[in-house]
Design a protein around this ligand. Structure first.
Ligand code: HEM
Length: 392
């Protein structure tokens, strides 16, 4: 684009509508398209003698713009998940969008470093003018959290109140609605529950665990050791015990979704499982980067204000530190999945019918129905697992 547009009018309107430059006038201008007039008129420092206030405003504004883009990507990602099976093309789009969110998050972490070029003394020059405004009130940040699946009751309390009370009634409505909408966590859960071949996999997985425990006993391990392992695996084999952990907030995914995730982790080298595995990795990366940002931001706050209260009146650094926690990890079950790994040589062989059904070449040739009925019929032929795995 021609940068000389800048010279005339930052909104690019006068020259295109009134300038009389022939056909060229009808062309879109750089400044007009980007609405630079409006955009660059939005930085209004409140303390004219504070040099760094412009930086403070711009950094926050840039965050909000990227939050907008993240929400845009998250909405599309959730829409794709809604109907996703193991179909390759959709998964590629999904993984590229998740990857884009990740790249933006990296950029957001880098911005903390830019903010830290401001010294605490320079911040003091204008901080008082900000009270009671705070990043705590970022509606878009809260929407991202809710869309990802952070639950209201898992949040740290701020000033002994729930976060929504800090917003005006219009925003409170928007936030409540976003809490009630289906989150990314739920969409991923439903997708994992649809993993083909789950029933037979779970039956074989349980058999492998039993074999492993028998071998431990045979190797003359102490009864205590064997029972410890048994109790450990029971928390995943027994649906009731798993659900108790969900109720305590220790786990988030349904029992069936955990099975799907384990299956994808175990068979990640199979062509049909490698993209789903990448997607699970990306989800963990997104979770991880959000938590790293929380940590970086809390350190920055401590550097700027020590242990003073925040501008909206929270305990400041103490409050922020409390959010760097597993309670804020949406896909915590994926992080903890390795608790239920078994030795590689005990991982059950994937049945050939499932392998074939998952071959991307077959998927692309349309041999797999859109609704995955080929794979379902494979499952239907397998034994139905009915035995109870809950003891005591
Ligand atoms: C000098 C720089 C900054 C300081 C000292 C600072 C400090 C704080 C403090 C103390 C809080 C707790 C709430 C309160 O009492 O105000 C907070 C919350 C928050 N700030 Fe900042 N902040 C800074 C920059 C930023 C930037 C650049 C962003 C980007 C949008 C941001 C986003 C947030 C968010 C989203 C929260 C809510 C976190 C949560 O509740 O989990 N902050 N900040």
């Amino acid at each position: 684009m021609n940068c000389s547009y800048y010279a005339h009018d930052l909104d690019g309107e006068a020259s295109t509508q009134e300038g009389g430059h022939g056909d060229a006038d009808k062309e879109v201008s750089y400044a007009g398209y980007l609405q630079l007039g409006k955009l660059l008129d939005c930085q209004k420092p409140r303390e004219s003698t504070a040099h760094d206030e412009l930086l403070f405003i711009i950094v926050h504004q840039v965050y909000e713009l990227w939050f907008k883009e993240i929400i845009h990507e998250l909405d599309s990602v959730m829409e794709i998940f809604e109907t996703l099976d193991m179909e390759g093309r959709k998964m590629l789009v999904l993984s590229s969008r998740l990857n884009r969110i990740l790249k933006i998050q990296n950029l957001l972490r880098d911005q903390v470093v830019i903010m830290e070029t401001m010294t605490p003394m320079d911040f003091m020059k204008f901080r008082d003018h900000l009270v009671p405004a705070s990043g705590f009130h970022s509606l878009q940040f809260r929407l991202i959290e809710n869309k990802l699946g952070i639950k209201k009751d898992q949040r740290s309390k701020c000033k002994s109140q729930e976060y929504r009370s800090q917003f005006d009634s219009g925003d409170r409505k928007i936030l409540k609605q976003s809490e009630e909408e289906t989150s990314l966590l739920q969409r991923v859960q439903e997708w994992l529950e649809r993993t083909p071949g789950l029933e037979i996999f779970w039956k074989k997985y349980k058999e492998s665990i039993q074999d492993m425990l028998d071998a431990m006993e045979a190797e003359a391990k102490t009864l205590e050791e064997v029972n410890k392992q048994k109790n450990h695996f029971e928390t995943i084999l027994c649906e009731e015990k798993h659900n108790q952990r969900i109720a305590r907030g220790e786990r988030r995914f349904s029992h069936k979704a955990i099975q799907g995730a384990l299956m994808i982790f175990f068979y990640r080298d199979e062509p049909g499982f490698s993209l789903p595995f990448q997607i699970l990795q990306l989800l963990m990366d997104i979770d991880s980067l959000l938590l790293k940002w929380r940590y970086d931001h809390s350190m920055m706050a401590q550097r700027m204000i020590g242990s003073k209260v925040g501008t909206m009146g929270s305990s400041g650094y103490q409050y922020l530190k409390s959010t760097v926690s597993d309670r804020y990890k949406v896909f915590v079950d994926l992080f903890n999945l390795s608790n239920f790994f078994i030795p590689l040589d005990r991982i059950p062989e994937l049945s050939s019918s499932i392998k074939e059904g998952l071959d991307p070449a077959l998927l692309m040739n349309g041999n797999l129905n859109k609704d995955n009925s080929t794979l379902r019929s494979v499952n239907d032929k397998e034994d139905h697992v009915t035995s109870s795995d809950c003891q005591g």
